[in-house]
Design a protein around this ligand. Structure first.
Ligand SMILES: [Zn+2]
Ligand SMILES: [Zn+2]
Length: 664
């Protein structure tokens, strides 16, 4: 009697990652679904996960390769496997591409070459330094704790200073308590790495031990150790970026998404997903609560709370003394800055007074560099990037033009390509560097710095200097809008309040509101009241008026009815397809053919082909289709069928984005 070796299907973290059939023979030892294994693949060794038992094909044994190794580590949990399968289906991505998110480092399968210093995961102590909660905070915490062990999504809604962090720290502490099974893990997601440092310190203070971190700034050795410690259940508390949603937690007890409205939770990488939605789905798979936290919740989340899909927990302002900053609009049509300058007389006055009072000022402008474009004064032509449809941005500190899309750098051209005039280029409009120049000229004795992603090396140091009051005026981009605490910062000036209000992006108003609200929140804390001045050419704009009145809910209701009327999410479904290629005419022909094969189903609308908002990036032309449908129709099956009509060639790049955040 011939005994055939058992067969399994193994999923590999590759775009075409299977699952593939393999056989194994470990002398009686069985493989189960979820086990991590090494297999031969295309002449090399790959690491993957047993995805199913049995065989998907009728191939004879001789054609089936054999598993070379089974790793002695806890298998991938059913919850995580289900999450991978769900996301692949939802985003129309191959399973292997999603597994890549859950197996980000092959290192975990190979012992390190040098002995790694034993990574210390001290257990956090639930009673180390518990916060004294107000009645409202205690109620919120109790509501979350009561659901431990079951799936439930909460929205924790409260302005800056209302004590949201204390609530979720105490809820996380409850995950560790013996009466709640005591062995759970908690995950806190933050939208930006820059915020983890401050949060880690706060966390260590509360729990007597630092959390395990997960973000792109870790060294490979740290990633390896953290991943393994999380898998073994030793790392109990994890603070991470959105990729932390795919970590191998064996006992996840709580997921917290801080600043849930933040646009950086949705990025268009190789796989385009929204971390908030994945967090809710992971919590569902883990049967644990998910806590969404914000002072300016997204329209989607508010609607889910109104529909009672999410439970709303509201925190009122905590200290009677902590006033919200006073908000003022400066009408640039009347209160005009001098030519080629950007700060209005009123803003200059209040900055001078604030300096005299020994307090700090933040000038907010969400534009890196010196000037957003270079204009030929002879013919009006602009310097554009050779690879992209974007303008070259002047970075005067480097004396270079840079493309913010492809990173291309070039020297300032002397001659205009259009009219051949020489030395006629002039910067147009302000960036943070140009405002800094104006500030230096106006207040030569003030201590000044710029904070933007171009100044990352000095960022941590500058934030510290700001906190220690070693700086008087900071000119910053949105990097500075979030989370940071500066006790002596009492004045915020928004240089261009109109930035972001233009354009066809359906979320432009929501984003501008959130950003300006967040920036305003930087002014004043506890003892020192703050002032905010927003410079604008359209003070009557509803977004600015809502900010002025402090009427967040009124603004949200207005946004909700606009979206409802237009059938936009969450009142309709949206998907974008971007087709990109180097040959423009060829791409147009492909798009026209593709448009003719568009699905015809009830309630489905197709917009496009139209040039994407960035119509060229890195030398590739980009065209865009939008599919819109009612909330009760799933777009994925229609998209899947439609995409089959595209030619399969490397010359064509296809990007599918379900729930696009922008009409990119
Ligand atoms: Zn010219
Ligand atoms: Zn470019």
């Amino acid at each position: 009697m011939s005994t055939t070796a058992p067969r399994i299907q193994v999923l590999l973290p590759l775009p075409a990652g299977g699952p593939y059939d393999y056989q194994y023979n470990f002398g009686g030892e069985d493989l189960a679904v979820g086990h991590y294994v090494a297999v031969p693949f295309a002449g090399r060794t790959e690491h993957g996960v047993v995805w199913a038992l049995g065989s998907a094909s009728d191939l004879p044994d001789a054609k089936i390769k054999t598993v070379t190794q089974k790793f002695d580590m806890p298998p991938m949990t059913a919850a995580l496997r289900h999450l991978v399968a769900w996301l692949a289906d939802y985003t129309l991505q191959p399973l292997g591409n999603i597994l890549k998110l859950a197996l980000p480092t092959g290192d975990v399968f190979t012992p390190p070459k040098r002995k790694v210093k034993e990574w210390l995961f001290t257990s956090p102590v639930p009673d180390h330094l518990p916060a004294a909660l107000t009645p409202a905070q205690a109620t919120a915490r109790a509501a979350i704790t009561a659901t431990l062990g079951t799936f439930q999504t909460f929205l924790l809604d409260g302005v800056t200073g209302s004590g949201k962090t204390e609530v979720y720290f105490e809820a996380a502490a409850d995950v560790l308590r013996p009466e709640n099974n005591g062995s759970g893990q908690a995950l806190l997601l933050l939208p930006e790495i820059a915020l983890t440092q401050q949060m880690t310190a706060r966390f260590a203070q509360r729990f007597g031990a630092p959390p395990a971190l997960w973000h792109s700034g870790l060294t490979p050795a740290q990633r390896r150790e953290n991943w393994l410690a999380i898998q073994r259940g030793e790392a109990r508390m994890v603070i991470g970026a959105r990729s932390a949603l795919f970590l191998p937690f064996p006992k996840l007890g709580l997921i917290i998404v801080d600043e849930e409205h933040d646009p950086s939770y949705k990025q268009d990488d190789s796989v385009s997903y929204h971390a908030r939605d994945v967090a809710v789905m992971r919590a569902k798979q883990e049967s644990c609560p998910c806590l969404l936290v914000s002072a300016t919740p997204s329209v989607e989340t508010i609607v889910n709370a109104e529909r009672e899909k999410y439970t709303l927990l509201h925190l009122p302002v905590r200290y009677a003394g902590a006033q919200m900053p006073t908000l003022n609009l400066i009408d640039l049509r009347k209160d005009t800055p001098p030519r080629q300058q950007w700060l209005s007389p009123t803003l200059r006055d209040v900055i001078t007074k604030n300096l005299a009072a020994g307090e700090q000022t933040l000038l907010f402008l969400n534009r890196r560099g010196y000037a957003p474009l270079m204009l030929c004064r002879a013919c009006g032509a602009r310097v554009t990037c050779r690879n992209c449809s974007s303008w070259m941005v002047l970075h005067k500190s480097e004396n270079l033009l840079r493309c913010h899309h492809c990173g291309r750098k070039e020297a300032l051209p002397r001659q205009c390509k259009h009219c051949q005039a020489e030395d006629k280029f002039a910067p147009s409009g302000p960036g943070v560097e140009r405002v800094a120049e104006e500030v230096t000229a106006l207040w030569p004795d003030a201590r000044i710095t710029i904070l933007s992603s171009d100044h990352e090396k000095t960022l941590a140091q500058n934030l510290q200097h700001l906190a220690d009051h070693k700086l008087d005026i900071v000119i910053g981009t949105q990097l500075l809008a979030k989370g940071h605490h500066f006790p002596n910062l009492t004045l915020v000036g928004v240089v261009d309040g109109d930035l972001g209000l233009q354009g066809a992006d359906p979320r432009a108003s929501e984003r501008t509101y959130q950003l300006l609200h967040q920036v305003s929140g930087r002014a004043g804390r506890a003892e020192l009241p703050g002032q905010v001045f927003i410079q604008t050419h359209q003070p009557e704009h509803p977004v600015l008026q809502a900010l002025l009145r402090g009427d967040r809910n009124g603004f949200l209701q207005m946004e909700i009815s606009t979206r409802q009327a237009a059938g936009l999410p969450p009142f309709g479904r949206l998907a974008a397809i971007i087709l990109a290629a180097h040959k423009e005419e060829w791409l147009h022909n492909i798009c026209n053919d593709f448009a003719r094969t568009a699905p015809k189903a009830e309630g489905i609308r197709i917009l496009g082909p139209a040039p994407a908002s960035m119509s060229k990036i890195r030398g590739q032309y980009r065209m865009r289709f939008i599919m819109m449908g009612p909330p009760n129709v799933k777009l994925q099956p229609l998209l899947r069928d439609w995409l089959r009509h595209l030619p399969r060639t490397r010359a064509l790049r296809v990007q599918v984005d379900i729930d696009p955040q922008q009409f990119g």
